[in-house]
Design a protein around this ligand. Structure first.
Ligand code: FAD
Ligand code: SIN
Length: 541
């Protein structure tokens, strides 16, 4: 098998991976450079589609304070956020936003040249920075990519999928195996510092806002390697994805910022309903708005509710949300005059690979940053626009940590590594799988039995069905192509979500079970009455 050596390997080219590569390259002497692996084209990621913005608790925003942002984050997190992490991230916000600006990221400003902060659900202050109105992710990704392309230290491997980590007998990560979909070959990349920036698992669910690459690959690889995962029961369902029809499954997001600017949720008859659920109505924490819409849909046997944005002044609506306006127009909806059909969709993985803010995991030499990591920042429910902030804070801290580390490439390849390589050197059985049908089956199971509202019986059903799918898929290690690898990874990610959900015997934040007392949705935040389960659910092989 072809092999190469690098000082640092980064997997993933979303906000976390791109920014980490640039920060590491600009701060550290790298004898063997950085390898940036990404399974599709450079920048294809959840990050690229981020709309609403990024939290900026900036000195230039009079009146806003880290104290207020910390309180908002803790409230949304429903008693499960790690307070030290929340404080640290909030306090670093000003520094990392300014660093992003130095890397060429251009946030929207008003006519006076001041940042155009906006409001999102459960924030008590206008502190969200955005780009191109509702194209924040693209703005960040494009700016970072243009720097990456000029950086001599960074080798980019596009259309290359990391498929297995190489762990030696001392439980240290020493590199990975990747599959190059252009050549159809497997290759080895060695390094004593491997960073997973592989994003979340939204694609495990039938309806999702996530693009096709969000298949939980990082969770599979970390789990296989024996790393600890945590909080995997907490999947955030965004309340307002564009719901054109039941067959429209990968759903375009209608940003929370639209509600932040005044849009109202209504039912088919045009009546508002959010006052029944929370005193902050449309701007209640995301999990509460999701359950409210879900409940309205169930009780009225409707496929969707509606978001009425036409009450926002027309020129403002078109200027603030050009991408949403265009996408809806393409689908025959003029949002300046018509309500937008919306329904919840899987959006964000709150849990992940247990990591410190600098990305350190429970395995030496293995780092996880961004959505694939779990630092405890989000607790049981993420506050809007805290995710991009977490991505950049973690990349920033990782670069700092690695600048004090030994970045020598590994010289000794031991038996444990050779055994893993052997698993990918075999020839593959001829069995043909209809992967798109199998993926659809898995997504249905997860949506129906491990989705927005859960219970023991449904979760057990889901587990049984997922284990059967796993048993029927005979490719535990080497697969034929990217689609097969993604399905292999999705099965393991789904199993971990279900098992974690079965372990948490309460309803908290985004993990809502109808066999445990439901929270009072009118409450200030979503801490549940029965709260005997404040520890994290950890999961490892
Ligand atoms: P990603 O951006 O998902 O990047 C993961 C990368 O890893 C991708 O390049 C992927 O191809 C690659 N990859 C995965 N597996 C492999 C593998 N095995 N081998 C090689 N490469 C691999 N958050 C906010 O804070 N504000 C917002 O406004 C906002 N809006 C959002 C809108 C949408 C539609 C979505 C889906 C999410 C939004 N989020 C938002 C969430 C936020 O965008 C993500 O959590 C964040 O961008 C994650 O960044 P990341 O770098 O960790 O992962
Ligand atoms: C949105 O724009 O609604 C998404 C924001 C987020 O996920 O943080």
């Amino acid at each position: 098998m072809k092999h190469s050596e690098y000082s640092v390997i980064i997997v993933g080219s979303g906000a976390a991976g791109l920014y980490a590569a640039l920060k590491i390259s600009s701060q550290i002497q790298l004898p063997d450079g950085i390898l940036l692996i990404t399974k599709y084209e450079l920048g294809e990621s959840n990050s690229k589609y981020a709309q609403g913005g990024i939290v900026g608790v900036l000195h230039q925003n009079p009146g806003d304070t880290t104290k207020s942002h910390i309180e908002d984050t803790l409230k949304a997190g429903a008693g499960l956020s790690d307070e030290r992490t929340v404080n640290y991230v909030s306090e670093l916000s000003d520094e990392v936003i300014n660093d992003l600006i130095n890397f060429g990221v251009n946030f929207d400003k008003d006519e006076q040249g001041k940042f155009n902060f906006t409001l999102e659900a459960a924030h008590s202050f206008k502190r969200i920075l955005h780009i191109g109105g509702d194209a924040t992710g693209k703005g960040i990704v494009d700016a970072l990519i243009s720097r990456i392309k000029k950086d001599q230290n960074i080798t980019v491997a596009q259309n290359s999928m990391a498929v297995e980590l190489l762990i030696n007998s001392d439980r240290e990560c020493k590199g990975l195996i990747m599959y190059n979909s252009e050549t159809g070959e497997h290759e080895i990349a060695y390094s004593s510092s491997v960073v997973l920036a592989t994003g979340g698992l939204g694609q495990v669910y039938k309806y999702t806002t996530n693009p096709e690459g969000a298949t939980g690959d990082g969770f599979y690889m970390a789990y296989q390697a024996g790393a600890i995962l945590q909080d995997m029961e907490f999947i955030q369902f965004h309340p307002t994805a564009l719901a054109l029809s039941a067959s429209n499954k990968d759903r375009f997001l209608i940003s929370e910022a639209v509600r932040g600017e005044g849009a109202k949720l209504i039912n088919k008859s045009g009546s508002e309903f959010m006052s029944k659920y929370h005193d902050k109505r449309e701007l209640a924490p995301r999990d509460i708005v999701t359950r409210a819409i879900y409940n309205e849909m169930k009780t009225s046997h409707a496929d969707n509710m509606y978001l009425n944005a036409s009450i926002i002044e027309k020129s403002k609506l078109m200027m603030r949300f050009p991408t949403i306006f265009k996408m809806c127009e393409l689908n025959g909806i003029d949002i300046t005059s018509k309500p937008i059909p919306v329904a919840p969709a899987a959006h964000y993985t709150m849990g992940g690979i247990k990591s410190e803010l600098n990305g350190k995991t429970s395995i030496s030499g293995l780092y996880a940053i961004g959505e694939t990591a779990s630092t405890g920042l989000h607790g049981a429910n993420r506050l809007a626009s805290n995710s991009l902030l977490e991505c950049v804070v973690m990349a920033y801290e990782l670069a700092d940590y690695l600048s004090f580390s030994n970045l020598e490439t590994p010289k000794v390849i031991d038996k444990s590594i050779i055994n893993t390589i052997d698993l990918y050197s075999d020839s593959i059985s001829e069995t043909d799988y209809n992967i798109s049908a199998l993926k659809a089956e898995l997504k249905d199971i997860m949506w129906n039995y491990a989705g927005i509202i859960r219970n023991e019986e449904d979760l057990n059903k889901a587990l049984e069905m997922v284990l059967e799918l796993k048993n029927n898929f005979k490719r535990n290690y080497m697969c034929k192509d990217i689609e097969e690898y993604e399905y292999r990874n999705m099965l393991t990610a789904a199993e971990i979500v279900i098992k974690s959900a079965l372990m948490r015997h309460e309803s908290r934040g985004a993990h809502s079970r109808n066999d445990y007392p439901q929270m009072n949705e009118m409450a200030e935040h979503s801490i549940i009455t029965k709260s005997d389960n404040t520890e994290r659910m950890e999961y490892a092989r």
